[in-house]
Design a protein around this ligand. Structure first.
Ligand SMILES: *Cc1c(COP(=O)(O)O)cnc(C)c1O
Length: 951
């Protein structure tokens, strides 16, 4: 054996650079790609592609850290937090995430790197998991239809508000009553949403009956913020008698014991499933939920998983009513929610699968019993307890002593909630022990914890119906069974851990392990969002540092990370614009111009912000028609509020007119909203705040490496110019006293989905300014390389200077597929046989594919994709030439599932069907054949079907 020679520093250097791990193509590959395009450097390519008028150089970020250094920095920040034992409650509770679920769902790239399940044939695993989520919510709520998650409890309640107005057109303008017992942050989100569209809300204590007058709906707190459980039946009866819709906000764990709102006549039930195994994450991400009675399912916002059949007639899952939300239909959308909380919904559903009804009943009963014994212990010491009817939260009345008691508990690292000077809230949760309660009693100066206590729930209020009876909630009790179930589901799905997902507008890039690991550290994951600022010092520093970095890279004055999806960032940005106009006495400015090619969330958000949408035309070249823009601006000179424009355009092109566009809008008194979803084409090369934007939202789940999670979570920070800073999101419990107010609250938590912010923090820290700039250049290089390789086979619909595209390209398949009698779907499904996720389909132009390769895909993978597309092109030609049967060929019969091999009925050879050129023994097999969309929408089944269905 030879002695190992120490590696010289220079040779070791490259292996420690994160940027070289993040960017796929090696230097020599980049050179070959550049050569193909006729450029001799990345710089030269970017000089040619990006208009000189908007170009800038990025500085002001710290030097790139290595993975080890970034990890150490994050450890230090996590260590500066004191999660302690959280008994604050108010919608956020400690929970024990079963380790088998933490490791094999939350921390498993097969789950977290998947895209939204728009291609159902390759998403059967997460669709099944989401169906279990829907079934769980339906059982707990006692209603027949639930959606596949919403963003949090606050936004779920706000979506219910919209549903109530939409459901009964005759009552649209009537006020809605909201219970003053709702959680303060839920009330704040409701007021912000209602105010935006001029909807009057009336706050009332519903235990005292309904207020006078007519209403369209009533939003009821089943458990009030102080913990009191109300007698729900008479309240719902009164709402029904008044002809209004009854919306009930409830806690899923309490719901395991309490009569379901549905059984008492509720129309809509909403809440958050956080305490079903999802860490508190300093406020998010968590899966909100909504269930509705029959007759309201078509008003249900968000995604809905349903059951259909595949080409062999076997049951298969898909998103129901998909065309409705997939490319959110502008003003007609039922909401602006696109990215939801799939990963967290899957986690919550698996928590129910793991525990089953019995296990959940044990947990809920123990929580309630401990809360009852705590109340008894307080009373025994002569301390008044605000209510005798509660599930998990006891409010102690200690006149003038609240601060002192909370401080005493804090000495034992227990966080209690100080409602005001006289009242302290104590919330019991799954991990609470008797020892914790003893320490709480000691903080009150009370005696020891009694072994028994009177019941704190009326026996008549308890549910006696069976829940979670479907086999999925019964059969996976041992860890071996659970592990195999999770593996079976994730094996059915195609995610980034298998290959490229070239989704235009969605930027499916690397989600590195170093970025991901810190989110599970207790210092971040176990923080309650309302702990005192000093107990979250490391987290707050992380947030503020990230906000300042994001301001630096975008050229804006300030950023707020509160919006927990791009759609919410849009809403927050538009509200800031509206408040700005109002602050200048220009109330009349309410028109929002939106180019015809815009993403559907744009128009839906404008409507939510109380604006009128006016569409601006596109030129034949796909650019915003500046003549039409000028004309619209003149028509609306007095009432123009804003334009929402995506840059580079949704057509994937750096338009030259952007600076002029901004000038025209500004001249007419409007503000410019630059949708930042395509920042992956700008970062390091141009800053929206410099080239005319007043406000942007960024999608940290696209450009900044937060994984898509199979359709969420996301973070959609809003970035604004100096003049809009006062109008950034607020929150009633914001750690920063200047932003502490209810009006202007966008999400339930002050920093939204704070728990996943270590991901973009690590990304920016490890890339530095140069790394981010290079990543953009390589993303543009990869898109142009694909466009060049495929351009002869599939025309590239739009391009800019020097025939270059930005970070994505639109392949025009309309003529080609039409001539062969095929559809864009046939191409997308055939890509599955090749082991690829299809690009974005039919957005922004019907019949096209939008390809975004990103900087993370290596050259071999890019080539494999191009070769698959070229092979598909020749198959299309053979169909057109009549060489293949028009009704049964490798395209229309794609994807080919393994079971077809047993009884091959197609007129073309087996090998041609299942092993198209380039596939290897590692080929991905779709678990089902082509799924029938129309059948699914006609036969809406949105809960786990009975086992017989699978016979
Ligand atoms: C993704 C996207 C959005 C919306 O972001 P979500 O997080 O899904 O709400 C808005 N605009 C564009 C152009 C996008 O691509």
């Amino acid at each position: 054996m030879s002695q190992s020679v120490p590696t010289p520093q220079s040779a070791r250097q490259p292996a420690t650079r994160f940027v070289d791990r993040h960017i796929g193509p090696r230097a020599s590959d980049q050179a070959a790609m550049l050569q193909r395009l006729g450029y001799d450097s990345l710089d030269a390519l970017m000089q040619a592609a990006v208009p000189s008028g908007i170009r800038s150089v990025l500085d002001g970020l710290p030097a790139a850290a290595s993975e080890t250094e970034a990890t150490a920095r994050l450890r230090e920040l996590a260590d500066r937090n004191t999660p302690g034992v959280s008994m604050i409650g108010l919608g956020y509770h400690p929970t024990t995430t079963p380790a088998v679920i933490r490791r094999n769902v939350l921390e498993d790239p097969a789950w977290y790197t998947a895209y939204t399940p728009y291609q159902p044939e390759i998403s059967q695993g997460r669709l099944e998991a989401l169906l279990a989520f829907q079934t769980m919510v339906e059982d707990l709520a006692g209603l027949p239809t639930a959606n596949a998650s919403l963003l949090d409890e606050g936004t779920a309640a706000a979506e219910a508000l919209t549903l109530v107005r939409r459901a009964d057109r005759k009552r649209t303008d009537l006020p809605v009553v909201v219970d003053d017992g709702l959680l303060p942050q839920t009330l704040a989100v409701l007021h912000t949403r209602a105010e935006a569209v001029g909807l009057p809300l009336v706050e009332a204590d519903l235990r005292e009956g309904l207020p006078e007058g007519e209403f369209s709906g009533v939003i009821i707190a089943y458990q009030r913020a102080d913990g009191t459980v109300i007698d729900l039946a008479p309240v719902i009866d009164a709402v029904k008698a008044a002809g209004a819709l009854a919306v009930v906000v409830t806690d899923p764990l309490a719901q395991v014991l309490l009569r379901s709102p549905g059984s008492l006549g509720a129309d809509v039930v909403v809440g958050s499933t956080q305490r079903f195994g999802v860490p508190m994450f300093y406020g998010g991400p968590h899966a909100g939920f909504m269930a509705v009675r029959s007759g309201l399912e078509r008003h249900l916002p968000g995604r809905l998983v349903g059951v259909s059949v595949d080409s062999a007639g076997r049951p298969a899952y898909r998103l129901a009513l998909q065309t409705r939300e997939q490319h959110i239909r502008r003003e007609k959308a039922t909401s602006n929610i696109c990215t939801a909380q799939v990963l967290l919904a899957v986690t919550a559903a698996m928590y129910a699968v793991y525990h089953g009804a019995e296990g959940l009943r044990v947990i809920a009963t123990e929580v309630n019993d401990r809360a009852s014994r705590l109340a008894a212990g307080l009373r025994a010491a002569g301390i008044e307890v605000a209510s005798d009817r509660f599930f998990d939260t006891v409010t102690a009345v200690v006149p003038g002593r609240a601060a002192e008691v909370v401080a005493a508990a804090r000495e034992s690292e227990i966080h209690l909630w100080r409602f005001d000077d006289d009242r302290v809230g104590i919330a019991v949760s799954e991990p609470t022990t008797d020892a914790h309660l003893e320490a709480v009693l000691a903080a009150f100066g009370a005696g020891s914890l009694p072994d028994e206590a009177d019941a704190s729930l009326e026996p008549a209020w308890l549910r006696d119906d069976e829940i979670l009876t479907h086999p999925v909630f019964v059969e996976h009790r041992s860890e071996t069974q659970m592990l195999r179930y999770l593996r079976r589901l994730s094996d059915r799905d195609y995610a980034l851990d298998r290959g490229m997902i070239p989704l235009g507008s969605c930027t499916m890039k690397l989600n590195s392990t170093t970025e991901m690991e810190p989110i599970s550290w207790p210092g971040f994951a176990d923080l309650h969002p309302f702990v005192p600022a000093r107990d979250a010092a490391g987290m707050i520093e992380l947030v503020e540092t990230l906000e300042s970095w994001l301001a630096t890279v975008t050229g804006y004055a300030a950023v707020s990370v509160q919006p927990n999806a791009g759609s919410q960032g849009e809403f927050a940005g538009l509200l800031a614009i509206r408040e700005y106009h109002r602050s200048r006495g220009e109330q009349a400015r309410d028109v929002c111009l939106i180019p015809s090619s815009a993403h559907g969330t744009n128009a839906a958000s404008a409507v939510m912000a109380g604006m009128r949408v006016v569409i601006v035309k596109a030129t034949d070249a796909g650019e915003v028609d500046l003549d039409d823009l000028r004309a619209q601006c003149e028509t609306h000179a007095d009432d123009l509020a804003a334009i929402m424009v995506t840059y580079p355009s949704t057509h994937g092109v750096y338009e030259h007119g952007i600076s002029e566009l901004c000038d025209i809008v500004h001249e007419h008194g409007g503000q410019v909203y630059v949708d930042g979803a395509n920042l992956n084409a700008l970062l390091g090369h141009a800053r929206p705040g410099d080239f005319g934007g007043d406000v942007s939202h960024l999608n940290l789940h696209k450009t900044f490496c937060i994984p898509h999670g199979g359709g969420g979570p996301g973070v959609g920070p809003v970035a604004v110019g100096e003049h809009l800073v006062p109008f950034l999101p607020k929150h009633p419990f914001h750690p920063d006293a200047d932003r502490r107010q209810a009006a202007g609250t966008i999400s339930a938590a002050p920093y939204g989905s704070a728990g996943i912010l270590p991901i973009p923090f690590a990304y920016v820290a490890m890339m530095g300014a140069d790394g981010l700039t290079d990543a953009t250049s390589v993303a543009v290089l990869a898109a142009n390389y694909v466009a060049a390789r495929l351009g002869d086979a599939f025309p590239v619909l739009y391009s800019g200077d020097h025939g270059l595209v930005a970070h994505e390209c639109i392949l025009d398949l309309r003529e080609i597929t039409k001539n062969a009698g095929l559809s864009i779907d046939d191409v997308a499904k055939r890509l599955i046989d090749h082991g690829f996720h299809a690009p974005t389909m039919s957005f922004p132009v019907a019949g096209t594919l939008m390809v975004e390769p990103t900087e993370s895909e290596d050259l071999a993978e890019l080539d494999r994709f191009c070769e698959a597309m070229l092979a598909i092109r020749s198959e299309i030609d053979r169909v057109a030439a009549g060489e293949y049967d028009a009704t049964d060929n490798p395209l229309v019969s794609a994807p080919h599932a393994a079971h077809e091999l047993v009884d091959w009925t197609h007129p073309y050879p087996v090998a041609e069907g299942v092993f198209p050129a380039g596939t290897t023994q590692d080929k991905y097999w779709p678990p089902v054949g082509r799924i029938d969309n129309a059948y699914g929408d006609r036969n809406l089944v949105c809960s786990c079907p009975p086992v017989e269905a699978f016979a």
